[in-house]
Design a binder for this molecule. Structure first.
Ligand SMILES: [Zn+2]
Length: 242
């Protein structure tokens, strides 16, 4: 799971959404209109904008799997049909996450969604990464687990399926190896380019964990910060853009 910037869509696409929204006056009509819209070539610009935001392999925003993800409504039509055509309500998810989220969409006592929307909040505010296993867990706050982190992992259990934790572990291992090479190198700029490449290719959002969260206190990353402060700062900036 990783934070992404949603970006904007062209005026014409916004007008098209608005036109459809005016027709979608009930839950049933919203579903009907949505099906028509997705079959129409006019939805392509919205799909392309979401694909651009999620990156080259178009991985699901939740589990980071790349199996045929598609546009989903963050707040499901069954809960609030008035958001069926809101650009801010579209997210890119795989069929498995979509199915699980469609069945359960817990709300807090104020009626706000508990599942994390990674286009609005940084998932690392609510989750922690176990770098040894690749597992995500809810953060522990004052005296209990973070309710948003907990609800997200309860509903979207596929975030911790083996295929995904193995993917995270692979990315983590690549960071460790890139830093080892950099710390051992005589030609540090070349080796730093290797670390920078890992950040660009990181589709699990792990770079932000190491640059900005608890991961930054691991020995290797502390050593990087002490030995090459300027490379460290570039690493942090790259992670912020990832
Ligand atoms: Zn998924």
């Amino acid at each position: 799971m990783r934070r992404i910037e949603r970006g904007a869509i062209p005026l014409q696409a916004r007008q098209e959404l608005y036109k459809r929204e005016r027709v979608a006056t009930s839950q049933e009509k919203a579903r009907e209109e949505w099906t028509k819209y997705r079959r129409s070539v006019k939805s392509k610009v919205v799909v392309d904008a979401l694909k651009l935001a999620v990156g080259i392999r178009q991985r699901c925003l939740y589990c980071c799997d790349s199996r045929s993800a598609d546009v989903d409504h963050f707040i499901p039509i069954g809960i609030d049909f008035t958001k069926a055509f809101k650009w801010a309500n579209f997210i890119w998810v795989c069929p498995e996450c979509n199915r699980r989220k469609g069945k359960r969409f817990p709300l807090d006592p104020t009626g706000a969604p508990l599942i994390i929307d990674p286009t609005r909040v940084d998932p690392w505010d609510h989750l922690i990464l176990d770098t040894a296993t690749g597992y995500l867990a809810p953060r522990f706050l004052d005296n209990d687990f973070d309710p948003r982190g907990e609800a997200t992992l309860d509903v979207l259990a596929c975030i911790n399926f083996e295929s995904v934790t193995e993917g995270r572990k692979r990315v983590i291992r690549r960071y460790y190896e890139a830093i080892d090479r950099l710390l051992d190198a005589s030609d540090s700029p070349t080796q730093f380019a290797g670390l920078a490449r890992e950040v660009r290719e990181d589709e699990y959002g792990v770079s932000a964990w190491f640059a900005l969260r608890e991961g930054a206190t691991e020995d290797k990353f502390l050593q990087l910060r002490e030995t090459y402060p300027h490379f460290w700062r570039t690493f942090v900036r790259l992670a912020l853009q990832n």
